[in-house]
Write a protein that binds this ligand. Structure first.
Ligand code: CAA
Length: 286
């Protein structure tokens, strides 16, 4: 039985909205904190839209949708997270931004044994923990996109995370959210992105060099390896800015040339061609 009944999510983007949705659907009270009214409205619409789709597909009935919506609050006040048992940070994949969030959570979250979790894909949990005065309560809890669909959670203790905190975070992910947990060491990319992102970067280099088209690279992996989507469509789904950020973290940690973001990826990010969320990336979603 989990002792976590009140969850906070910082950031209501692609990942934060998904995390908030699965928590609310699991019966947990959720506060989502965003930086502005406009961003909070967008987060609310994201979650409501996803719940609506679940109803349309017969996975949820209208009563369950309304109950889930009733468990969700959207706020621009970090102080509204004061009474939370667990807060999951899901802001942009930039260390300085995340560290600032952790420092702020350290100030406002009152419960002394509250868990402060990060959904980071690649930033060391140890460094995020050090932004607080309670690094033993900071842990990586990494979800996968789309969060309502994908079963995995990577659980990443830092060198300072308490064993009880790890156990409580794992019990919440498995018993409450119904996810499957794997444990990873606190190294850039953890398990999944350390394998996935070099593959995505290789696919981008194939397109960059004119070796193959984006369509053919994707068809190759869908039809030849039975992947649910090809690497360029997947990079578009993750967001090319996020792929670049993860590549940067991997490169900084391992100094492996294959982890360096290819110029084509850099230019697409410069151009605002961020993939599905901006309407255009390697494929067109408009
Ligand atoms: N929210 C909720 N449900 C969704 C959804 C979403 N955003 N997108 C799809 N679904 C559900 C659909 O409702 C559908 O469910 P049913 O079959 O039960 O009705 C099911 O997923 C399949 O959806 P579709 O038929 O619309 O589409 P599809 O079969 O092409 O699947 C996909 C879409 C689930 C995205 C699938 O292509 C897939 O799993 N792709 C790989 C995604 C992946 O690898 N994600 C990991 C990214 S890495 C990451 O997230 C970590 C990181 O740090 C970067």
């Amino acid at each position: 039985m989990s002792d976590i009944q009140r969850v906070g999510v910082v950031g209501g983007g692609l990942m934060g909205a998904g995390i908030a949705e699965v928590c609310a659907r699991a019966g947990v009270d959720v506060v989502v904190r965003e930086v502005s009214e406009q961003a909070a409205d967008a987060a609310r619409e994201r979650v409501a839209g996803s719940l609506e789709r679940a109803v349309a597909r017969g996975k949820l009935d209208a009563g369950e949708r309304d109950a889930a919506l009733g468990r969700l609050r959207f706020s621009t006040e970090i102080g509204d997270l004061a009474d939370r048992d667990l807060v999951v940070e899901a802001v942009a994949e930039q260390e300085a931004v995340k560290a600032e969030v952790f420092a702020a959570l350290d100030e406002v979250v009152r419960r002394p044994d509250a868990i402060l979790a990060s959904n980071t894909s690649s930033i060391p949990i140890t460094r995020l923990g050090r932004a607080t005065r309670r690094p033993e309560q900071v842990v990586g809890v990494h979800f996968f996109n789309p969060v309502p669909v994908l079963k995995l959670v990577e659980l990443v203790p830092s060198m300072l995370t308490g064993a009880d905190v790890l156990a409580r975070a794992e019990a919440f992910a498995t018993d409450v959210l119904g996810k499957q947990v794997i444990r990873a060491t606190d190294r850039a990319g953890f398990v999944v992105n350390a394998l996935l992102v070099p593959y995505l970067l290789s696919a981008i280099r194939m397109v960059e060099s004119g070796f193959a088209t984006a369509e053919d690279v994707d068809s190759g992996m869908v039809l030849g390896c039975a992947h649910p989507m090809g690497p360029l469509r997947l990079a578009d789904l993750i967001g090319l800015d996020t792929v670049k950020a993860i590549a940067d973290s991997l490169y900084e940690e391992h100094k492996e040339p294959l982890h360096a973001a290819p110029p084509l990826l850099l230019r697409m990010v410069d151009a605002g061609l961020l993939g599905k969320k901006s309407g255009r990336g390697f494929h067109d979603y408009r």
